[in-house]
Design a protein around this ligand. Structure first.
Ligand code: CU
Length: 498
């Protein structure tokens, strides 16, 4: 039971916000306007959130406890999970936490920060120093795992301020393994990743970024090459029961865990299994079409996805189109960053997928399938990957129309097939325990591959406005706003080159 139970926040947020609490990191599409002094005001409160869909006809709601935040005086849209916080190593954040619920809560980041017990109605003040690079889960560690799973969690990403040595490129880690360092050094130079290195910004990004900053040891990997997938599972029935529990008392943790993980199947849905499976608080369509969840990038320009599991079920995020390198597991840079298409993420795990956005070895070049180091074959004078011959393909064909509601106005049905969004989904499906679940409304995302930065004409992918907007939002592209890029129609298939 909570003080705010009767007037809690009603959430219909479009997605978890990212807060950049750093004086030096440029923003996602905007220059960071924040001052050197970073402040974070946190309110521990509760909320009722629309799940799966975000419109008035939707009745699926779930009760959460949330960290509501104000960053440098600016209100951050409240959601479960709390906002993703980006900082540069060494940044300090003055933090003030008010507990508005009626039992004790806390704010904890293993190895970085511990508010200790904050009694009901009390306020804590302290300083958070971003002293360890990588991804971190912030959460309420009291009455574990109840308070965390009820929604009191979020992600903090700290980026190293300098590379580990002269000639080394920046990685997400303070102490990258030799293999991980080698991988990040090769990004942006080897044949299979012809674009920019992970730390490089390019001319799509704010002018404060220096493409070759790593040479001078003054590099800040641009935030748009970083994604966070914070996974969680929600049980509306159990969470409501916790919210209505005896005021001032903690809901028994063992009972919570038993109900959450081991309720028997019920065709009438009268059990406590989680029914919603989320990435950054989003499911299904909303996860898949969120520019902050579904990576989009040019050929050979890697991104790092920090996956954190705040819940109690295991996930195995499986990506099509590209294998990814598992470069970090629970704060440790992987000794040998294996190249896989699926990897387990257990409760409380922090696993980093580094997606290379590379041409798969099975795509032919003039040296034959799988042979790197020789030019790609071309189709109509265009490089053959990404598959440009599909750029102008529409299904059904352009000109296929139906009538609008008025029965008169023709509506074009042809949909452009590119850029292809390759799927990402969860291979270990807890949704199968949840009354059969709703597979397509779970942990799904994808990956868009667009053109090669170095190939003339290949930069200008013929993006529809929504893709264009998505790209700009994520990448901070300047100078092309509202401009629909063009691409020459593919010509006849050429003779094979010698
Ligand atoms: Cu699949």
């Amino acid at each position: 039971m909570n003080m705010k139970r009767r007037d809690f926040l009603k959430l219909s947020a479009a997605g978890v916000a990212t807060v950049i609490l750093s004086s030096k990191l440029p923003g996602l599409g905007v220059l960071n306007a924040y001052a050197a002094d970073q402040t974070l005001e946190v309110t521990i409160t509760d909320a009722l959130k629309d799940m799966v869909t975000h419109n008035e006809i939707n009745t699926a709601q779930c009760y959460f406890w949330i960290y509501k935040m104000k960053a440098n005086g600016v209100d951050v849209p409240p959601d479960c999970p709390g906002p993703t916080i980006l900082a540069l190593k060494g940044d300090t954040i003055q933090i003030k936490i008010k507990n508005e619920l009626d039992e004790a809560h806390s704010f904890y980041i293993p190895g970085l920060f511990d508010s200790g017990v904050i009694p009901a109605g009390q306020t804590y003040e302290g300083t958070l120093t971003a002293s360890v690079s990588g991804s971190h889960l912030y959460y309420d560690k009291l009455n574990a795992p109840v308070n965390r799973v009820m929604g009191l969690h979020g992600a903090l990403v700290v980026r190293p301020a300098v590379p580990t040595g002269v000639g080394n490129r920046i990685t997400p880690y303070d102490n990258p393994s030799p293999h991980v360092q080698k991988l990040f050094n090769e990004f942006g130079s080897a044949d299979c990743w012809p674009g920019l290195a992970w730390e490089q910004a390019g001319d799509d990004t704010p002018p404060t970024m220096d493409e070759n900053a790593y040479l001078t040891g003054n590099s800040y990997a641009p935030p748009f090459r970083t994604y966070v997938w914070l996974t969680h599972q929600a049980s509306p029935r159990l969470f409501a029961e916790v919210g209505d529990y005896t005021p001032g008392l903690d809901y028994p943790a063992q009972e919570f865990t038993d109900k959450f993980l081991r309720s028997p199947f019920s065709a009438t849905r009268q059990n406590y299994n989680p029914e919603f499976f989320t990435i950054n608080g989003q499911s299904g369509f909303f996860a898949h079409f969120s520019p902050s969840i579904t990576p989009m990038g040019r050929i050979g320009e890697p991104c790092v996805v920090h996956i954190l599991n705040a819940g109690l079920w295991t996930h195995s995020m499986h990506l099509h189109a590209n294998h990814f390198f598992v470069t970090g597991i629970n704060g440790v840079s992987n000794e040998n960053p294996i190249w896989v298409d699926v990897f387990g993420v257990y409760p409380m795990d922090r696993v980093d997928y580094t997606i290379p956005f590379m041409r798969p070895p099975s795509i032919p070049n003039v040296g034959g399938i799988g042979l790197a180091g020789t030019p790609l074959t071309t189709v109509g004078g265009n490089p053959c990957y990404p598959p440009v011959q599909e750029f102008e393909m529409h299904l059904p064909p352009l000109g296929t129309t139906a009538f609008a509601e008025d029965g008169v106005t023709p509506v074009e049905l042809g949909q452009r097939m590119s850029p292809l969004c390759y799927p990402m989904h969860d291979h270990s499906e807890p949704s199968q325990t949840a009354q059969g679940g709703n597979y397509n409304c779970g942990l799904i995302s994808g990956m868009y591959i667009t053109g090669d930065r170095n190939t003339p004409g290949h930069m200008n992918f013929p993006m529809d406005e929504d893709f264009n907007m998505m790209y700009r939002n994520v990448r901070g592209v300047s100078g092309v706003s509202g401009e629909r890029a063009t691409y020459p129609a593919p010509g006849p298939r050429p003779e094979p080159e010698e």
